[in-house]
Ligand binder design. Structure first.
Ligand SMILES: [Zn+2]
Length: 144
């Protein structure tokens, strides 16, 4: 339900798990307690049961991100530091992936240490950055 938000949170560097919806609430809450994680949900009931949770009420992605960032401000240095697919940390180099990217960007390529997916600066990351800048969460980038 909050897949898009989870993806953006990973782009912003938040350590974000996106659990299978089949997992019972009690198990999710236990896991959140055991791993000292916040629980972000649209489900009022689960948020009522777990103190360190954030209830998402807006359907608007911008509003959702602003809500999270207000509670837990993003670390600007962690922008584009996680894999959007699996939450793994990105490390320099292409990791042997065979995707095609602009050779000029060779030195900027990173890959996920867990699943190997490659990332490099491109039109997608530019539009993501523009979107985040529009939320005025990244003052340093806004100066450019
Ligand atoms: Zn990954």
């Amino acid at each position: 339900m909050l897949g898009k938000l989870a993806r953006f949170m990973r782009i912003m560097g938040y350590d974000t798990l996106y659990p299978n919806l089949e997992i019972p609430d009690t198990e999710l809450i236990k896991y959140a307690i055991d791993t000292n994680r916040k629980l972000i949900s649209r489900d009022r009931e689960i948020c009522r049961r777990y103190r360190d949770s954030i209830l998402i009420e807006s359907d608007n992605l911008k509003m959702q991100i602003v809500q999270i960032a207000t509670i837990d401000p993003p670390d600007q240095t962690k922008l584009f530091s996680r894999c959007t697919v699996c939450n793994g940390l990105l490390i320099p180099g292409n990791g042997g992936c065979n995707e095609e990217y602009d050779p000029k960007k060779k030195d900027q390529v990173t890959h996920c240490q867990d699943c190997g997916k490659c990332y490099w600066p491109g039109t997608h990351s530019e539009s993501v950055l523009k979107f985040l800048q529009s939320l005025e969460l990244y003052t340093e980038y806004n100066k450019q």
